[in-house]
Design a protein around this ligand. Structure first.
Ligand code: FAD
Length: 480
């Protein structure tokens, strides 16, 4: 470290103390790489401030020296957005120590939290108050609410509750100048000028650092029915979902589509995982209905499970369902969910893969699936497509696993061509090349390729206006 660098680090230490500075090389490593281990950066410092005031003071020190800041939450993002570059001139600012739940307002259905609270902790706190915080995704045991809001995370209940943007009322943000904007308003209505909150949501730390948030809560579900369903085709999956909205009395909370290839990977890599159905099928749907009306209430004796049984029986007669299992208890429901939620982990253990987090209109999923699989195979016939995802949101993880035995370098020679084929098709469908994971570092060039000049110009204008020194997570989303 140069003399200047060590003076700078000492300035940071004077703000956050020894506890807020990670200096040991081994302890620093996890902050310098991403979940998928696609990137490995270096950093001038890794700081862990404990309060908003400390975050603001760190930003002021950095702003004075024009040192770039990479905010980091749980570091579970897929886009490399929380990883510093290789220059060694950026700092990582982890929000992990800001992990307090500040208030639960059961009357007003809201919760105020610090940005570093782990998503699962928020879900559990809401449940302890007989409330629901509906954001739910496989990384919920380690991702943080600050990261969720900064990526506008989606997850498995978007079709009913919306994505992260729809689940938040107010924010507190530290600006690139080190000022604190207190927008912690628990207001359902607030039409007072430009919506600053919406600017920071999904900004991936490029416009400021989210330090606190007021979240919306819902009543806790009292009755949940979960089924594991084999369907003949994605067309059948979409038709099954379409009918389920009315059949469930608008209580569909999740609808996930998976292919046999994905299930085989999960069964291979997840110890103890078992196929819920005896026969092998090409396509599966995990369908969940939730209601606040308790089972066994007068007039609702069989609850959602009975309704779901009836609906799936009818769907079977129409040929939309080949076989199905309805969870008889929570443990079974969890086992179904484990098969879905371990797709990313199983893909990681299997070896290199390409991820395409895309969305198209729900009704166009089946034809997209047909054309997309053909397009992928045309580029690399030996590639192993693993399409799965939130079919209820029109959001597929249209992934491609490297051919068995191939290393990353060999596979990645085909990476650009595969992704180009997929994204060109997505755009021809009027879809999005990033439905829920964001842009980060990985898709900066893709965004520049597919978004119009006017959109990119507006984004760059915003970035330059709010972060004139370009110190807030530079090189992510758009280059300025
Ligand atoms: P990080 O990875 O730490 O950061 C993500 C981005 O946000 C970075 O650009 C970072 O700089 C910025 N950031 C973090 N905290 C702040 C802050 N306080 N202020 C400003 N900027 C900040 N995502 C989905 O949307 N849906 C899914 O279903 C889903 N499933 C997943 C499953 C697995 C197994 C894994 C590993 C990931 C999954 N993800 C999913 C991706 C990831 O979990 C989400 O993007 C999550 O929201 C990231 O939160 P985090 O705290 O880990 O953020």
């Amino acid at each position: 470290m140069t003399a200047n660098a060590s003076v700078f680090v000492e300035k940071l230490r004077s703000v956050v103390g020894d506890k807020g500075l990670v200096t040991d090389a081994r302890a620093r490593h996890p902050y310098l790489t991403d979940w998928r281990e696609n990137y490995l950066g270096t950093a001038l410092a890794v700081v862990r401030p404990a309060t908003t005031e400390e975050v603001a003071a760190v930003v002021k020190v950095c702003a004075a020296e024009k040192v770039a800041i990479v905010p980091q939450g749980g570091n579970t993002g897929f886009m490399g957005g929380a990883t510093p570059d290789e220059s060694g001139r950026e700092i990582v600012l982890s929000l992990a120590r800001m992990s307090r739940i500040l208030e639960v307002d059961t009357i007003g259905y809201s919760m105020t939290v610090e940005a570093g609270v782990v998503l699962k902790t928020i879900q559990e706190e809401a449940a302890a108050h007989d409330r629901l915080f509906p954001l739910s995704l496989a990384a919920e045991g380690s991702c943080t609410i600050g990261g969720n809001l900064s990526t506008n995370a989606g997850g498995v209940q978007v079709l009913h509750y919306g994505n992260a943007r729809q689940l938040v009322l107010g924010l507190e943000v530290v600006t690139p100048a080190g000022d604190i904007w207190n927008g912690l308003r628990a207001l359902k209505k607030d039409n007072t000028g430009y919506d600053l909150r919406d600017l920071y949501l999904g900004a991936e730390g490029t416009l400021g650092i989210i330090t606190k948030a007021v979240l919306k809560l819902w009543p806790k579900a009292k009755d949940v029915a979960t089924s594991w369903i084999a369907v003949p085709t994605p067309d059948a999956a979409v038709e099954l979902l379409s009918g389920a909205h009315a059949a469930s009395e608008d209580n569909v909370t999740s609808c996930e589509l998976m292919s046999r290839q994905g299930i085989d990977l999960v069964l291979k890599h997840l110890p103890g995982a078992a196929d819920p159905l005896t026969d092998r099928h090409d396509w599966y749907v995990l369908l969940e209905w939730s209601s606040t009306r308790a089972r066994r209430e007068a007039g609702n004796e069989g609850g959602l499970t009975e309704k779901m049984e009836g609906y799936l029986g009818e769907a079977m007669e129409k040929g939309l369902v080949l076989d199905a299992a309805i969870a008889q208890n929570e443990a079974q429901a969890r086992a179904f969910w484990a098969l879905r939620e371990n797709h990313s982990e199983a893909q990681k253990r299997e070896g290199p893969s390409l991820k395409h987090d895309i969305s198209v209109a729900v009704s166009r999923i089946p034809s997209f699936m047909r054309e997309g699989l053909a397009a992928m195979k045309k580029v690399l016939p030996e590639g192993r497509p693993v399409p799965f995802g939130h079919v209820g949101d029109g959001n597929l993880h249209f992934n491609c696993q490297a051919p068995a035995g191939w290393d990353k370098a060999r596979f990645m020679k085909h990476g650009d061509a595969i992704s180009r084929a997929v994204y060109d098709l997505v755009v021809s469908y009027g879809g999005s090349i990033s439905a829920e994971h964001g842009i980060g570092r990985l898709k900066v060039d893709e965004l520049a390729h597919y978004r119009s000049k006017i959109e990119l110009d507006v984004m760059r204008t915003l970035k330059r206006a709010l972060d004139p020194q370009n110190i807030m997570n530079p090189g992510k989303i758009v280059r300025v």
